[in-house]
Design a protein around this ligand. Structure first.
Ligand code: ADE
Length: 249
């Protein structure tokens, strides 16, 4: 996967993504991250890329031409037109499902806006997907782009140490992850649940699955309802859930 990020703050992107798991994946050649500075495509001597909005109103807008030239510099090198994601609170909310779908792309362009946004005409011309990372407003698209790169990258085979860990985690199987414990066996009077020390794998699996159900019920009842509606809990788990409900009532 090759990420191409169009931004006014390339150092923010590169500094944010060159460490830890993503940095290592880049070094291993499993993915590449290129931040293209839109300011390099400014067409006036002051290198400005923003201007006042027609019709008045607060703030400045990023102009169409530098964004388009920066896009062309990337797209011109590729065999086919890439998907171009514009990060915006007006987009579809980013999700694990969307990340899985985007992880299939060979090339992905992420366009980061700043100021009050970008001239609509260039968006109409190049953007294929509008994506928001949640119902709140940030000062620019860089953090959302980094969130997307991180989420998509960990789905690429080889990026995580342990191939199964992406599979079993929260959301992938529609339930939240069960609680985990490491050494010591007792910490400040709090003990590790005894089943985890039993070495009985079937019991451990059952306990973990039940903990996932309890946790999802407490923290994300909306997700648990989806699970039930889609028949993702087996008969025994449905019974466990009914018993939980009865105990609460
Ligand atoms: N730019 C500003 N706020 C944003 C958000 N919530 N998601 C994506 N891009 C944004």
């Amino acid at each position: 996967m090759n990420f191409h990020i169009l931004t006014l703050f390339p150092e923010m992107i590169m500094n944010g993504l060159n460490t830890s798991i993503i940095g290592r994946a880049v070094n291993k050649g499993l993915l590449s991250i290129e931040a293209v500075n839109i300011r390099d495509y400014a067409f006036n001597k002051h290198q400005s890329v923003d201007d006042y909005p027609y019709g008045g109103g607060a703030g400045m807008l990023m102009q169409a031409e530098p964004v388009y030239l920066a896009y062309e510099a990337i797209a011109g090198k590729l065999a086919k037109k890439p998907r171009v994601v514009y990060l915006s609170p007006q987009g579809e909310t980013f999700s694990q499902k969307m990340a899985e779908e985007l992880a299939k792309e060979e090339e992905l362009v992420l366009l980061c806006g700043h100021y009050e946004g970008i001239d609509e005409r260039v968006l109409e011309e190049i953007v294929t997907d509008y994506v928001s990372i949640g119902d709140y407003v940030l000062t620019g698209g860089e953090l959302p782009a980094m969130v997307m790169v991180d989420t998509i990258s960990r789905l690429i085979p080889g990026v995580l140490h342990n191939d199964v860990s992406a599979e079993f985690e929260s959301f992938q199987d529609h339930l939240l992850e069960y609680p985990q414990y490491s050494r010591p066996e007792e910490w400040r009077g709090k003990k590790v649940p005894s089943v985890l020390l039993s070495g009985h794998h079937a019991n451990i699996e059952k306990w973990r699955r039940e903990q996932s159900i309890i946790r999802t019920k407490e923290r994300r009842p909306d997700l648990l309802q989806k699970c039930v509606d889609n028949g993702l809990l087996d008969k025994r788990e449905m019974k466990f859930l009914r018993e939980l409900d009865e105990n609460i009532e």
